[in-house]
Design a protein around this ligand. Structure first.
Ligand code: FMN
Length: 354
Protein backbone atom coordinates (compact mmCIF):
# COMPACT_ATOMS: atom_id res chain seq x y z
CA UNK A 1 0.00 0.00 0.00
CA UNK A 2 1.37 3.38 -1.07
CA UNK A 3 1.56 6.30 1.34
CA UNK A 4 0.60 8.70 -1.43
CA UNK A 5 -3.12 9.08 -2.06
CA UNK A 6 -5.68 11.76 -2.92
CA UNK A 7 -5.35 13.21 0.58
CA UNK A 8 -1.56 13.58 0.49
CA UNK A 9 -1.81 15.11 -3.00
CA UNK A 10 -4.50 17.60 -1.96
CA UNK A 11 -2.48 18.72 1.05
CA UNK A 12 1.01 18.44 -0.41
CA UNK A 13 2.29 16.15 2.35
CA UNK A 14 4.35 12.95 2.21
CA UNK A 15 2.48 10.80 4.72
CA UNK A 16 -1.30 10.80 5.44
CA UNK A 17 -0.52 11.04 9.14
CA UNK A 18 -1.98 13.94 11.11
CA UNK A 19 -0.85 15.04 14.55
CA UNK A 20 -4.16 15.68 16.30
CA UNK A 21 -4.73 19.20 17.61
CA UNK A 22 -4.61 19.03 21.42
CA UNK A 23 -5.43 22.29 23.14
CA UNK A 24 -3.22 22.72 26.22
CA UNK A 25 -0.77 20.03 25.02
CA UNK A 26 0.21 20.83 21.43
CA UNK A 27 2.94 23.44 21.08
CA UNK A 28 4.14 25.16 17.90
CA UNK A 29 7.29 23.00 18.19
CA UNK A 30 5.15 19.83 18.10
CA UNK A 31 3.20 21.05 15.06
CA UNK A 32 6.40 21.94 13.22
CA UNK A 33 8.16 18.68 14.13
CA UNK A 34 5.38 16.63 12.55
CA UNK A 35 5.02 18.87 9.49
CA UNK A 36 8.79 18.86 8.98
CA UNK A 37 8.68 15.05 9.13
CA UNK A 38 6.27 14.91 6.19
CA UNK A 39 2.99 14.60 8.12
CA UNK A 40 0.41 17.27 8.91
CA UNK A 41 0.83 19.09 12.20
CA UNK A 42 -2.31 20.71 13.66
CA UNK A 43 -2.32 23.86 15.75
CA UNK A 44 -5.28 24.01 18.18
CA UNK A 45 -6.67 27.49 18.83
CA UNK A 46 -10.20 26.70 20.10
CA UNK A 47 -11.46 29.58 22.25
CA UNK A 48 -8.17 31.52 22.22
CA UNK A 49 -8.11 35.31 21.75
CA UNK A 50 -7.42 36.39 18.14
CA UNK A 51 -4.10 38.06 19.04
CA UNK A 52 -2.90 34.80 20.63
CA UNK A 53 -3.94 32.91 17.48
CA UNK A 54 -1.88 35.32 15.37
CA UNK A 55 1.15 34.84 17.62
CA UNK A 56 0.89 31.02 17.60
CA UNK A 57 0.57 30.86 13.82
CA UNK A 58 3.58 33.14 13.46
CA UNK A 59 5.54 30.86 15.80
CA UNK A 60 4.70 27.74 13.78
CA UNK A 61 5.61 29.51 10.54
CA UNK A 62 8.95 30.41 12.06
CA UNK A 63 9.64 26.71 12.60
CA UNK A 64 8.35 25.12 9.39
CA UNK A 65 7.75 25.90 5.72
CA UNK A 66 5.59 22.78 5.38
CA UNK A 67 1.76 22.60 5.40
CA UNK A 68 0.01 22.55 8.77
CA UNK A 69 -3.62 22.82 9.87
CA UNK A 70 -5.28 25.16 12.36
CA UNK A 71 -8.07 23.71 14.53
CA UNK A 72 -11.20 25.60 15.62
CA UNK A 73 -14.03 24.93 18.07
CA UNK A 74 -17.04 25.67 15.82
CA UNK A 75 -20.00 25.71 18.19
CA UNK A 76 -22.64 28.20 19.20
CA UNK A 77 -22.76 28.78 22.97
CA UNK A 78 -26.12 28.24 24.67
CA UNK A 79 -28.05 31.52 24.72
CA UNK A 80 -29.49 30.71 28.16
CA UNK A 81 -27.62 29.39 31.12
CA UNK A 82 -28.45 29.04 34.74
CA UNK A 83 -26.73 31.43 37.12
CA UNK A 84 -27.53 29.31 40.18
CA UNK A 85 -25.94 26.22 38.61
CA UNK A 86 -22.84 28.29 37.84
CA UNK A 87 -22.67 29.87 41.34
CA UNK A 88 -23.29 26.61 43.22
CA UNK A 89 -20.54 24.88 41.25
CA UNK A 90 -18.19 27.80 41.84
CA UNK A 91 -18.82 27.62 45.61
CA UNK A 92 -18.18 23.89 45.57
CA UNK A 93 -14.97 24.22 43.53
CA UNK A 94 -13.69 26.98 45.83
CA UNK A 95 -14.29 24.74 48.84
CA UNK A 96 -12.66 21.75 47.12
CA UNK A 97 -9.60 23.77 46.08
CA UNK A 98 -9.27 25.29 49.56
CA UNK A 99 -9.35 21.84 51.14
CA UNK A 100 -6.57 20.78 48.75
CA UNK A 101 -4.31 23.80 49.18
CA UNK A 102 -5.08 25.42 45.81
CA UNK A 103 -5.81 29.16 45.70
CA UNK A 104 -7.68 29.66 42.42
CA UNK A 105 -9.31 33.06 41.67
CA UNK A 106 -13.08 33.07 41.30
CA UNK A 107 -14.77 33.91 37.98
CA UNK A 108 -17.29 36.71 37.51
CA UNK A 109 -20.33 35.18 35.82
CA UNK A 110 -21.09 38.37 33.93
CA UNK A 111 -17.60 38.61 32.50
CA UNK A 112 -17.06 35.07 31.26
CA UNK A 113 -14.32 35.53 28.63
CA UNK A 114 -15.24 33.81 25.43
CA UNK A 115 -13.76 34.00 21.91
CA UNK A 116 -15.78 32.58 19.04
CA UNK A 117 -14.40 30.87 15.93
CA UNK A 118 -15.97 33.80 14.07
CA UNK A 119 -13.37 36.17 15.56
CA UNK A 120 -10.58 33.73 14.67
CA UNK A 121 -11.44 33.11 10.99
CA UNK A 122 -10.22 36.57 9.80
CA UNK A 123 -6.91 35.90 11.54
CA UNK A 124 -6.55 32.59 9.71
CA UNK A 125 -7.38 34.21 6.39
CA UNK A 126 -4.93 37.06 6.97
CA UNK A 127 -2.21 34.52 7.81
CA UNK A 128 -2.87 32.58 4.59
CA UNK A 129 -3.85 29.36 6.38
CA UNK A 130 -4.79 26.67 3.82
CA UNK A 131 -5.97 23.81 6.05
CA UNK A 132 -8.51 24.05 8.86
CA UNK A 133 -9.96 21.29 11.00
CA UNK A 134 -12.84 21.87 13.37
CA UNK A 135 -14.75 20.15 16.15
CA UNK A 136 -17.87 20.71 18.33
CA UNK A 137 -20.04 21.41 15.29
CA UNK A 138 -19.37 23.27 12.08
CA UNK A 139 -19.25 26.80 10.71
CA UNK A 140 -22.60 28.25 9.61
CA UNK A 141 -23.21 28.66 5.82
CA UNK A 142 -21.63 32.15 5.85
CA UNK A 143 -18.58 30.76 7.63
CA UNK A 144 -18.25 27.92 5.13
CA UNK A 145 -18.62 30.37 2.23
CA UNK A 146 -15.97 32.70 3.64
CA UNK A 147 -13.46 29.91 4.27
CA UNK A 148 -14.14 28.35 0.87
CA UNK A 149 -13.76 31.72 -0.86
CA UNK A 150 -10.20 31.68 0.47
CA UNK A 151 -9.54 28.16 -0.84
CA UNK A 152 -9.27 26.68 2.65
CA UNK A 153 -9.47 22.89 2.88
CA UNK A 154 -11.98 22.02 5.63
CA UNK A 155 -11.89 18.93 7.84
CA UNK A 156 -14.83 18.44 10.22
CA UNK A 157 -15.08 16.04 13.17
CA UNK A 158 -17.85 13.42 13.24
CA UNK A 159 -18.62 10.85 15.93
CA UNK A 160 -21.48 9.17 14.03
CA UNK A 161 -22.48 8.49 10.42
CA UNK A 162 -25.24 11.09 10.74
CA UNK A 163 -22.72 13.78 11.74
CA UNK A 164 -20.40 12.81 8.87
CA UNK A 165 -23.27 13.14 6.39
CA UNK A 166 -24.19 16.54 7.85
CA UNK A 167 -20.59 17.75 7.52
CA UNK A 168 -20.34 16.61 3.92
CA UNK A 169 -23.69 18.20 3.06
CA UNK A 170 -22.49 21.50 4.52
CA UNK A 171 -19.36 21.47 2.36
CA UNK A 172 -16.58 19.80 4.38
CA UNK A 173 -13.71 18.54 2.20
CA UNK A 174 -12.83 15.70 4.59
CA UNK A 175 -14.28 14.14 7.72
CA UNK A 176 -12.42 13.07 10.85
CA UNK A 177 -14.21 9.95 12.13
CA UNK A 178 -13.55 10.14 15.87
CA UNK A 179 -14.10 6.85 17.71
CA UNK A 180 -15.07 6.65 21.35
CA UNK A 181 -11.51 5.52 22.24
CA UNK A 182 -10.19 9.00 21.45
CA UNK A 183 -8.65 11.21 24.11
CA UNK A 184 -10.00 14.70 24.74
CA UNK A 185 -13.37 16.15 23.92
CA UNK A 186 -15.97 14.36 21.87
CA UNK A 187 -16.62 16.25 18.67
CA UNK A 188 -20.31 15.26 18.86
CA UNK A 189 -22.67 18.03 17.81
CA UNK A 190 -26.09 16.72 16.81
CA UNK A 191 -28.88 16.75 19.40
CA UNK A 192 -29.75 13.51 21.16
CA UNK A 193 -27.80 10.85 23.02
CA UNK A 194 -24.00 11.04 22.83
CA UNK A 195 -22.78 8.66 20.08
CA UNK A 196 -20.44 6.07 21.62
CA UNK A 197 -19.17 4.28 18.50
CA UNK A 198 -15.67 2.76 18.40
CA UNK A 199 -13.22 3.66 15.61
CA UNK A 200 -13.28 0.16 14.08
CA UNK A 201 -17.08 0.26 13.73
CA UNK A 202 -17.42 3.95 12.83
CA UNK A 203 -14.76 4.26 10.16
CA UNK A 204 -16.08 1.82 7.50
CA UNK A 205 -19.66 2.99 8.00
CA UNK A 206 -18.66 6.62 7.47
CA UNK A 207 -16.52 5.71 4.44
CA UNK A 208 -19.50 3.90 2.90
CA UNK A 209 -21.72 6.96 3.26
CA UNK A 210 -19.56 9.97 2.38
CA UNK A 211 -17.51 10.14 -0.80
CA UNK A 212 -14.88 12.48 0.59
CA UNK A 213 -11.61 11.55 2.36
CA UNK A 214 -12.21 10.09 5.83
CA UNK A 215 -9.57 10.47 8.54
CA UNK A 216 -9.48 7.83 11.30
CA UNK A 217 -9.03 9.05 14.89
CA UNK A 218 -9.20 7.28 18.23
CA UNK A 219 -7.05 4.60 19.82
CA UNK A 220 -4.34 4.51 17.12
CA UNK A 221 -0.95 4.29 18.81
CA UNK A 222 1.32 2.34 16.46
CA UNK A 223 1.83 0.95 12.96
CA UNK A 224 -0.73 -1.79 13.54
CA UNK A 225 -3.41 0.83 14.12
CA UNK A 226 -2.37 2.87 11.09
CA UNK A 227 -2.32 -0.25 8.90
CA UNK A 228 -5.74 -1.35 10.16
CA UNK A 229 -7.24 2.08 9.49
CA UNK A 230 -5.76 2.20 5.97
CA UNK A 231 -7.10 -1.29 5.20
CA UNK A 232 -10.53 -0.19 6.43
CA UNK A 233 -10.32 2.60 3.86
CA UNK A 234 -9.15 5.64 5.82
CA UNK A 235 -7.55 8.32 3.65
CA UNK A 236 -5.47 9.44 6.63
CA UNK A 237 -4.95 8.78 10.32
CA UNK A 238 -5.06 11.36 13.12
CA UNK A 239 -3.24 10.52 16.35
CA UNK A 240 -3.24 12.58 19.53
CA UNK A 241 -2.45 10.48 22.58
CA UNK A 242 0.71 9.14 20.92
CA UNK A 243 2.26 12.64 21.40
CA UNK A 244 1.08 13.34 24.97
CA UNK A 245 4.48 12.58 26.52
CA UNK A 246 6.55 13.96 23.63
CA UNK A 247 9.40 16.32 24.50
CA UNK A 248 7.40 19.07 22.74
CA UNK A 249 4.21 18.40 24.76
CA UNK A 250 3.11 21.16 27.15
CA UNK A 251 2.04 18.57 29.77
CA UNK A 252 3.74 19.12 33.13
CA UNK A 253 6.28 16.54 34.44
CA UNK A 254 3.83 14.96 36.91
CA UNK A 255 1.13 14.92 34.23
CA UNK A 256 3.47 13.07 31.85
CA UNK A 257 4.50 10.68 34.62
CA UNK A 258 0.85 9.95 35.45
CA UNK A 259 0.20 9.05 31.81
CA UNK A 260 3.15 6.68 31.74
CA UNK A 261 1.46 4.19 34.00
CA UNK A 262 -2.11 4.15 32.70
CA UNK A 263 -3.87 1.03 31.42
CA UNK A 264 -6.78 0.40 29.04
CA UNK A 265 -9.38 1.02 31.76
CA UNK A 266 -7.90 4.12 33.41
CA UNK A 267 -9.69 6.75 31.32
CA UNK A 268 -13.32 7.79 31.50
CA UNK A 269 -15.75 10.17 29.82
CA UNK A 270 -16.59 13.15 31.99
CA UNK A 271 -18.22 16.60 31.83
CA UNK A 272 -16.63 17.69 35.11
CA UNK A 273 -13.89 19.88 33.65
CA UNK A 274 -15.64 21.64 30.79
CA UNK A 275 -19.32 20.82 30.53
CA UNK A 276 -18.66 18.83 27.34
CA UNK A 277 -17.97 15.10 27.30
CA UNK A 278 -14.25 14.42 27.18
CA UNK A 279 -12.05 11.38 27.80
CA UNK A 280 -9.29 11.65 30.36
CA UNK A 281 -7.64 10.11 33.38
CA UNK A 282 -9.71 10.13 36.57
CA UNK A 283 -8.41 12.47 39.26
CA UNK A 284 -9.60 14.39 42.34
CA UNK A 285 -11.51 17.11 40.49
CA UNK A 286 -13.45 14.63 38.35
CA UNK A 287 -14.22 12.31 41.26
CA UNK A 288 -15.35 15.10 43.59
CA UNK A 289 -17.44 17.03 41.05
CA UNK A 290 -19.20 13.84 40.02
CA UNK A 291 -19.72 12.77 43.66
CA UNK A 292 -21.14 16.22 44.54
CA UNK A 293 -24.24 15.49 42.49
CA UNK A 294 -24.33 19.17 41.48
CA UNK A 295 -25.55 19.99 37.98
CA UNK A 296 -22.76 20.99 35.59
CA UNK A 297 -23.13 24.05 33.31
CA UNK A 298 -22.80 23.46 29.60
CA UNK A 299 -19.59 24.30 27.74
CA UNK A 300 -18.00 26.86 27.83
CA UNK A 301 -19.32 27.96 31.25
CA UNK A 302 -18.06 24.98 33.28
CA UNK A 303 -14.81 25.18 31.31
CA UNK A 304 -14.43 28.81 32.37
CA UNK A 305 -15.06 27.87 36.01
CA UNK A 306 -12.21 25.36 36.02
CA UNK A 307 -9.79 27.45 33.94
CA UNK A 308 -8.06 29.23 36.82
CA UNK A 309 -7.97 25.99 38.82
CA UNK A 310 -6.23 24.20 35.96
CA UNK A 311 -3.77 27.07 35.59
CA UNK A 312 -2.83 27.03 39.28
CA UNK A 313 -2.66 23.22 39.28
CA UNK A 314 -0.29 23.27 36.30
CA UNK A 315 1.96 25.77 38.06
CA UNK A 316 2.07 23.46 41.11
CA UNK A 317 2.23 20.32 38.91
CA UNK A 318 -0.77 19.00 40.87
CA UNK A 319 -2.31 16.21 38.78
CA UNK A 320 -5.41 16.08 40.96
CA UNK A 321 -6.74 19.24 39.30
CA UNK A 322 -5.24 19.18 35.77
CA UNK A 323 -7.47 17.92 32.93
CA UNK A 324 -5.42 14.91 31.87
CA UNK A 325 -7.17 14.13 28.57
CA UNK A 326 -6.02 10.82 27.16
CA UNK A 327 -7.33 8.08 24.89
CA UNK A 328 -8.02 4.48 25.87
CA UNK A 329 -4.64 3.40 24.46
CA UNK A 330 -2.61 6.37 25.78
CA UNK A 331 -0.53 4.15 28.09
CA UNK A 332 1.57 3.36 25.00
CA UNK A 333 2.68 6.99 24.58
CA UNK A 334 6.45 7.34 24.62
CA UNK A 335 8.59 10.11 26.10
CA UNK A 336 10.41 10.71 22.81
CA UNK A 337 10.71 13.69 20.51
CA UNK A 338 7.70 14.17 18.22
CA UNK A 339 9.94 13.54 15.20
CA UNK A 340 11.07 10.19 16.62
CA UNK A 341 7.49 9.21 17.50
CA UNK A 342 6.44 10.07 13.95
CA UNK A 343 9.37 8.22 12.35
CA UNK A 344 8.61 5.10 14.39
CA UNK A 345 4.95 5.23 13.31
CA UNK A 346 6.06 5.38 9.67
CA UNK A 347 8.58 2.57 10.15
CA UNK A 348 6.12 0.25 11.91
CA UNK A 349 3.44 0.85 9.28
CA UNK A 350 5.85 0.24 6.41
CA UNK A 351 6.98 -3.02 8.00
CA UNK A 352 3.36 -4.18 7.84
CA UNK A 353 2.09 -2.72 4.59
CA UNK A 354 4.96 -2.36 2.13
C1 FMN B 1 -5.09 16.16 25.29
C2 FMN B 1 -6.01 16.18 24.12
C3 FMN B 1 -6.52 17.39 23.67
C4 FMN B 1 -7.35 17.43 22.54
N1 FMN B 1 -7.78 18.65 22.07
C5 FMN B 1 -8.42 18.71 20.86
C6 FMN B 1 -8.65 19.97 20.23
O1 FMN B 1 -8.27 21.03 20.73
N2 FMN B 1 -9.32 19.96 19.04
C7 FMN B 1 -9.72 18.78 18.43
O2 FMN B 1 -10.29 18.84 17.34
N3 FMN B 1 -9.48 17.60 19.00
C8 FMN B 1 -8.84 17.53 20.19
N4 FMN B 1 -8.54 16.30 20.74
C9 FMN B 1 -9.01 15.07 20.06
C10 FMN B 1 -8.05 14.67 18.94
O3 FMN B 1 -8.24 15.51 17.83
C11 FMN B 1 -8.26 13.21 18.45
O4 FMN B 1 -9.61 12.98 18.14
C12 FMN B 1 -7.81 12.16 19.45
O5 FMN B 1 -6.60 12.51 20.07
C13 FMN B 1 -7.63 10.84 18.75
O6 FMN B 1 -7.57 9.78 19.67
P1 FMN B 1 -6.22 9.32 20.42
O7 FMN B 1 -6.01 10.29 21.50
O8 FMN B 1 -6.57 7.95 20.89
O9 FMN B 1 -5.11 9.34 19.39
C14 FMN B 1 -7.71 16.23 21.88
C15 FMN B 1 -7.19 15.01 22.34
C16 FMN B 1 -6.35 14.97 23.44
C17 FMN B 1 -5.78 13.64 23.86
Amino acid sequence: MEWKNEFTRLLGITYPLIQAPMLGITTPAMVAAVSNSGGLGSLPVGGLPPEKVTALIREVKGLTQQPFAVNLFTYEPAAQYDRKVFDDMQDFLQFLCGANGLAAPTVNFDAVPFYSWREQVPVLIAAGIRYVSFTFGMPDPQGFALLKAHNIFLMGTATSVEEAIALKAAGADAVVAQGIEAGGHRGSFLPGALPVVGTMALLPQVIDRVRIPVIAAGGIMDGRGVAAARILGAAAVQTGSIYLRAHESAATPAHKAALAGITDTDTLLTRAFSGRWARGVRNTLITEVEASGLPISDYPYQDTLTQSIRKVARELDNTGFINMWAGQAAGKARAWSAADIFAELVRETEALLH
